[in-house]
Design a protein around this ligand. Sequence first.
Ligand code: ADP
Ligand code: MG
Length: 618
Amino acid sequence: MTSREQIRRLLVAFPLVGLSAGLAARYAGAAELAVAAFFVATLPVLAFLLADAVSSLKRGEFGIDLLAALSMTGALAFGETLAAAIVALMYAGGSYLEVLADRRARREMTALLERAPRTALRYRDGHTEEVAVETVLPGDRLLIRRGDVIPADGELLSGMAVLDQSALTGEAEPVRQASGGSLLSGATNVGDAFDMTARRAAAESTYAGIVRLVEKAQAAKAPMARLADRYALFFLAATLAGVAATWWVTGDPLRVVAVLVVATPCPLILAVPVALMSGVSSAARRGILLKGGRVIEAIASVRSVVLDKTGTLTVGRPGLTEIRSADGYEQDALLQLAASLDIACKHPMASALVAAAKRKELSLSQPERVVETPGEGVEGYVDGHYVVVGGRRFAEARWRGHDVSCRWEKAATPAGTSVVHVLVDGARAGELHFSDRVRAGARSVFDTLRGNGVENIVLATGDAEAAARHMASGLGFDRVLSNLSSDQKVLSVLSERKNGAVMMVGDGVNDAPALAAADIGVAMGARGSAASVEAADAVLLLDDLGLLVPVFSIARRTMRIAYQSMIAGIVLSIAAMGFAAAGYLDPVAGALLQEAIDLAVVLNALRALSSGREAADG
Ligand code: ADP
Ligand code: MG
């Protein structure tokens, strides 16, 4: 239990005990004792509220909690101690409920954290030793027992592995991997024990990024009821006007207190956070991780969606279709040099290169002094040669051609191919052609998004224009932006801002700055880079673009419920204030009525918990 939760629980205990003791005393005829008990019930809650209100005023925020404090003070001042104690219980109970909703929302995420492996079995001198996962380095040989969660991305050394990847891909069926196959951190070994070689340190592996994100989400403060606070001033003004009018017309302090008590805006304080946390929770159940309730509010207002190409719009497993080597280079030698350099990279194109080389059973060399420019290319030394691998612009900038002003001629490439250029010792050595598949159902996902208020869908890629246009054709993009560096991706996100809030969806290291710059950054799947997962506000834990549909439908439904609860709460409260002013409600009855309104409103807000499947399919 967190300390915050303990404080809230303690805060409920005071009014609960004080109220019961006071009622008992009153029943027994000890009126003065009863008043004392009601004071004890109210004061700690009032003190907490005032401290909270002062600190939020200092931050320049106007909290609606102030009204609750005002009504408790008023009730105490006019000797309506029972009503004050009821308001205290209502407020404390409400904020405890908020904590419970919050905890429920975190439960799904906590399950993810608990699975994270803390140790790994590493071979050393023919023996295994248990080491902390942080110390696992690329190249380490690890033993994965049945039931273990794979601690780092890598590959299977021998035999066969049967893995449960459901936490990563949503695929419930166990997946088989043969020797040499790649293994994702976070998958569970549901077959026999096997040996693997780590390709990446655990901290840089996919799963670690997700776990860090979850931890960050958990450390974040519960979502502020920003929505309620926006109306706080209005509500405070309305209440004070009501109070003043009641006093002026009736001159009856009892009625004034009754009005104040029913005006206590607990539905406002509660409904929104409860709905938002419920939304976060229902998203988590669908495999969508949201960094808190604030994200839901932002998603509901998104007008433009910017997508990265490789790994986001496409499956991200490009296949090698052709090798064009320059004179003097063997095709295999070219592939061997390029793939050796790309061992050091996590880019989908790099993985594709390495996989293609493996398939040809080329033996790869250890690259040295590798420098990667994320999303553009990589340079370094392989077997003593300076090798450059990457997009056209990247390669051209490093080409030591005889005449730099004479750019190399553009050879015709089949539609939709991504070209990776290779330079060896500054000279052109050839090109490798790759083709990737657009994710199934992308078009219908976009159509659904448009039905959810999205007006602009933009493709922003580091790849060449021809490849980008080909992939985008028939999908209904409003704009296709190609040849972008990381920084230019940020600019394209910022320029979409003129149309309203922007969501960026990406997977690569080169997408991370753009994900951070967008109002909402969404990282694609567990296969996305750790950097993108960290920069994002939301992560699709399953490698499925279709999850964008529930992202929007859950956010919109949650906001609808939040507004509905809040407005219903305000309307009911205002009606009750009218009754109180007219003298139909004494302070105690008013407090009880307000409590009933609260309960109804919070129960309504909890409906957001179920905004999963029906909303997505409907
Ligand atoms: P995006 O994900 O932004 O849509 P890509 O990831 O497809 O764009 O990257 C664009 C181009 O960058 C690729 O087509 C490829 O030529 C080049 N590239 C970037 N990094 C590498 C790398 N490590 N190895 C090979 N090519 C790379
Ligand atoms: Mg990408």
